[in-house]
Each structure stands twice: as C-alpha cells, then as structure tokens.
Design a protein around this ligand. Sequence first.
Ligand code: ZN
Ligand code: ZN
Ligand code: ZN
Ligand code: ZN
Length: 133
Amino acid sequence: RHYGDSEKPRCAGCDELIFSNEYTQAEGQNWHLKHFCCFDCDCVLAGETYVMENDKPVCQPCYMKNHAVHCTSCKKPIEPEAQRVSYGEHHWHAEPQCFQCLGCSKCLVGQRFMALQGKLLCSVECKKKVMAS
Ligand SMILES: [Zn+2]
Ligand SMILES: [Zn+2]
Ligand SMILES: [Zn+2]
Ligand SMILES: [Zn+2]
C-alpha cells in the first residue's frame, strides 16, 4: 500500500488518485472535476444541478430532455425538484392547474381523488358527469 493512497482521494470515475486540490465530492465519492460529468452530454457537473438517473448522473437539461416523466395533464416534463403526484404510471405537477378534477376543476392536491386512466376525479358525481359527456 502506497503512502499516497491514504493521503489523496481516489476518483470514482477513472480509479486514479486525485492530485489536484480541486475535485468534486458527490454521491459519497470523490471525482476529478472532469470525471463527474453528465452521462448523456459529458458536460462537467461540478457546481451544477444534476439528477441521479439509474445510478448515472445527468445534467438538468438532459434530464428534462431525456429522462423526465411527463405530466398527464399539461404533458410537460416535470422538473426533478418539482412537487409531483404519482398514481400508477401517471404523474402530475402537484399544482392546482394540473392536479384538478376533470369534472369540476377542483384542486385535488392533498384531497381524496380517483384516477381513471389518468383522468382525475373528486367524486362519484364528477365521474358520472365526465363519463356522460
Ligand atoms: Zn478521474
Ligand atoms: Zn447533459
Ligand atoms: Zn402539469
Ligand atoms: Zn369534481
């Protein structure tokens, strides 16, 4: 065992010791600045917002482009830090304009709700109304 092994952090990306004073600590490991990069576009993630996707770090733009789940209501990708509601394979922004009853437009955030194939409903009455229309 070399003396250097205990003194210098080891990069989890390339498995070499890091001799630079500047390096990134992320996911409980140390990385050369250049070796903690987006898995999709290779941009350097030091100091940037990133998302762990299947154990691979991706930058925020790539996450939004390639990995984000889409809101069933507005069809837009849901930001990784945004509040969301998930039900089965459906996801919604946890906001009144997206997570609302299809029958009466009542905001369902924090409320009881039913979801029929991604359609949100607050009550049996609204379900009847939506089914009839
Ligand atoms: Zn490295
Ligand atoms: Zn990227
Ligand atoms: Zn939405
Ligand atoms: Zn309703």
